[in-house]
Design a binder for this molecule. Structure first.
Ligand code: ADP
Ligand code: 5GP
Length: 189
């Protein structure tokens, strides 16, 4: 059986990454979403084992100690996120394409480990102002959390050139088609 491939998506928070990831995953491309582990609290309708594995800091440290993670990062101060090995290898072996929604550092780390087996895509917002607009309209984060996310966005955008592809999410339908074309080409190579 053909081994699956890795599809890495990174972007500043609010750029539309989750929206585009969900779209790609709805296209019958034999994908598996890598469910990350995080110490942040669930927001909105998020459920344990669906969007994330929500754990305490002690449980997160225990995963680190056991060497369970492919990569992990303190994405925001005091908030940790990590990709479990158990979400990746067995799926690739089974021929599934594994999709990652991670921060830029995690994305570059996974790409380094899997090189040609992985495609890294950076979703670029049209501007920082539009990013703020989207986060405000999404209405899932407190104003101070939105400001933290905006501050980090500048660093994340500075890393875009380290990704295989950059897709500007201006018009959503156009961005969806661009991402789909890139992904299909990569997994059919
Ligand atoms: P991320 O996962 O990058 O944080 P989301 O996918 O949650 O971002 O998108 C942030 C908000 O912006 C959501 O409310 C989403 O519906 C909206 N959004 C996504 N893409 C666009 C776009 N091209 N134009 C306008 N709004 C968008
Ligand atoms: P959020 O709190 O908005 O769900 O995610 C915040 C940031 O953490 C996003 O950029 C998201 O992609 C990133 N993230 C989610 N899971 C992981 C992970 O397993 N590893 C890393 N490095 N970043 C992650």
């Amino acid at each position: 059986m053909k081994r699956g491939r890795l599809l890495i998506f990174a972007a500043p928070s609010g750029a539309g990454k989750s929206t585009l990831v969900q779209y790609v995953m709805s296209q019958g491309l034999n994908t598996h979403f890598s469910i990350s582990t995080t110490t942040r609290a669930p927001r909105g309708t998020e459920q344990h084992g669906k969007e994330y594995y929500f754990v305490s800091i002690d449980e997160f440290n225990e995963h680190i100690r056991r060497g369970d993670f492919v990569e992990f990062e303190e994405v925001y101060t005091g908030r940790f996120y990590g990709t479990l090995k158990s979400e990746v290898e067995s799926r690739l072996e089974a021929g599934q394409n594994v999709v990652f929604d991670v921060d830029v550092n995690g994305g570059m780390n996974i790409k380094r480990q899997y090189s040609d087996q992985a495609l890294s895509i950076f979703i670029m917002p049209p501007s920082i102002d539009e990013l703020r607009n989207r986060l405000v309209h999404r209405a899932t984060d407190a104003p101070e959390v939105i400001e933290q996310r905006i501050q980090r966005a500048e660093y994340e955008i500075s890393q875009a050139r380290n990704f295989d592809r950059i897709v500007v999410n201006d018009d959503l339908d156009r961005a969806k088609q661009e991402v789909l074309t890139i992904v299909k080409q990569f997994i059919c190579e």
